[in-house]
Design a protein around this ligand. Structure first.
Ligand code: PHE
Length: 454
């Protein structure tokens, strides 16, 4: 325990935590979720979720990792002998996510290369599903491996495993210090160009127009909390693991605020960029913004290539910028999810980091090949659906109920954080964690079950 690895600098830790949080979810999930859930009016539930759940849980996880100095399973074990499984459960969710998250990064990598000659042509949908993913060749079942996905996938895993092999400071910290600032610069260039395109204003109006009627809709609040959980990578074992490498003297609370606000700022930036270019595309195609809005895979790999085709100049350049941004945003998140099981295996079985990377990362890499097969996309959708519907909210709920009500650790953790932080945690922190978050997550679970059974 004494020679536990450590971050080299405070900025290194913050960049790594922000690198985990800033991912595909910020770029393709947030803009669409905000638009569908009230546009400008969504910011109210979103801010509420950030302040009552996102940042408080981030502080909680930073403090757990820092105080108990272990990966998620070991930290929970140290809190209570019977609680190790809570950590493993979060690790398992992360493991599953890593297997398909890697595949999407591989697509982004391919598309970075396709940008050089706008290889997707004019029918970008047909290109994605037909030419690239070869979905139609074996509809609804597993076909052979698609080499165009398989090769970048190997690259994605190679980068990730090399980073993890090199450990916390030399590997994870260095990677984030390079990838995250690069991402921000590339993305800023895109956004600056985006807001100056014809039609951008219409797109932004559509995005920010508040639809206050929606504010009373429970679904909107659920969407806000889900976005915050996914986007901040909380209840995924990640933040506990990362903070377990912090030096003794670390300002936990302040770090959590910085991470939380950095993530939301990037999210907002992405919303502005995405809706500006959607407004531009709508104008080029003589459609309304509503008609061209989308999120997820469709936005990134069908709509964006169309937008890039339409760009007035430097199409290839902006294509490369966009898909390289996706790749970098994804890689820093993949590194963080994979570190959860590397650390977990290392501590549970007392093996070296290198062995843990080879076993855990190797297994995830092999399993992810399933999603690089001809019917892989169907499989990916199904797994993603189950993880998001039944995994994340439940893991978060169990975590807060356990800490706040079963072992009643909040006071100890508060003392621990306050002793080394600038911002003092007060009663509001405990109320958020013991009352507000459990109620909202409980309602979310209930609603999920109801809509899935009905
Ligand atoms: N926070 C990441 C994003 O916004 C996603 C993520 C979720 C990463 C869970 C790791 C674990 O894309």
């Amino acid at each position: 325990m004494e020679n536990r690895q450590q971050w080299g600098t405070r900025a290194g830790f913050i960049l790594a935590a922000a690198g985990s949080a800033i991912g595909l979810g910020n770029i393709w999930r947030f803009p669409a979720v905000a638009y569908e859930n009230g546009g400008g009016a969504f910011f109210l539930p979103y801010l509420f979720a950030l302040l009552t759940a996102g940042i408080p849980i981030l502080v909680l996880e930073f403090t757990i990792g820092h105080k108990y100095r272990g990966s998620a399973p070991l930290s929970f074990l140290r809190i209570n002998k019977k609680a190790e499984w809570i950590g493993w459960w979060q690790v398992l969710i992360s493991f599953v996510i890593s297997t398909y998250y890697a595949v999407i990064i591989a697509w982004a990598m391919s598309y970075t290369v396709f940008s050089f000659n706008l290889k997707w042509g004019s029918d970008t949908e047909k290109f994605l599903f037909g030419n690239y993913l070869k979905l139609a060749e074996t509809p609804g079942q597993f076909g052979g491996i698609v080499p165009g996905v398989f090769i970048p996938l190997i690259l994605v895993w190679a980068v990730t495993l090399i980073v993890l092999f090199n450990g916390v400071k030399k590997g994870i910290e260095t990677a984030n210090k390079i990838f995250l600032p690069t991402l921000v610069v590339l993305f800023l260039i895109i956004v600056i160009r985006a807001v100056t395109l014809d039609g951008a204003a219409t797109g932004l109006n559509t995005f920010f127009k508040p639809n206050w009627d929606r504010i009373m809709d429970g679904k909107v609040w659920i969407a806000a909390y889900s976005q915050i959980f996914f986007s901040l990578s909380i209840a995924f074992a990640i933040m506990i693991t990362y903070s377990s490498y912090l030096p003794k003297k670390s300002d936990l609370t302040n770090n959590a605020f910085i991470t939380g606000f950095a993530n939301s700022s990037f999210e907002l930036l992405a919303g502005i960029g995405v809706f500006s270019v959607l407004g531009f595309l709508a104008q080029q195609q003589g459609k309304t913004v509503e008609e061209v809005v989308s999120g997820g895979v469709g936005l990134a790999f069908v709509v964006f290539p169309q937008i890039i085709n339409e760009f007035p100049a430097f199409n290839q350049f902006f294509g490369v910028l966009f898909f390289l941004s996706l790749t970098l945003a994804g890689l820093t998140s993949l590194i963080s999810i994979s570190e959860t099981y590397v650390a977990g295996i290392q501590e549970k079985f007392g093996v070296s980091r290198h062995k843990a990377v080879a076993i855990g990362g190797g297994l995830a890499a092999i399993l992810s090949i399933l999603f690089a097969s001809k019917g892989g996309l169907y499989f990916l959708d199904t797994v993603d659906y189950f993880i998001n519907t039944f995994g994340v909210a439940l893991a978060g709920l169990v975590e807060v109920i356990f800490i706040a009500w079963i072992v009643r650790e909040l006071n100890h953790l508060q003392t621990h954080a306050n002793a080394i932080s600038d911002i003092m945690l007060g009663a509001w922190w405990k109320i958020c964690l013991s009352v507000i978050t459990p109620l909202v997550l409980g309602y979310m679970m209930f609603d999920n079950i109801r809509t899935n059974i009905a």
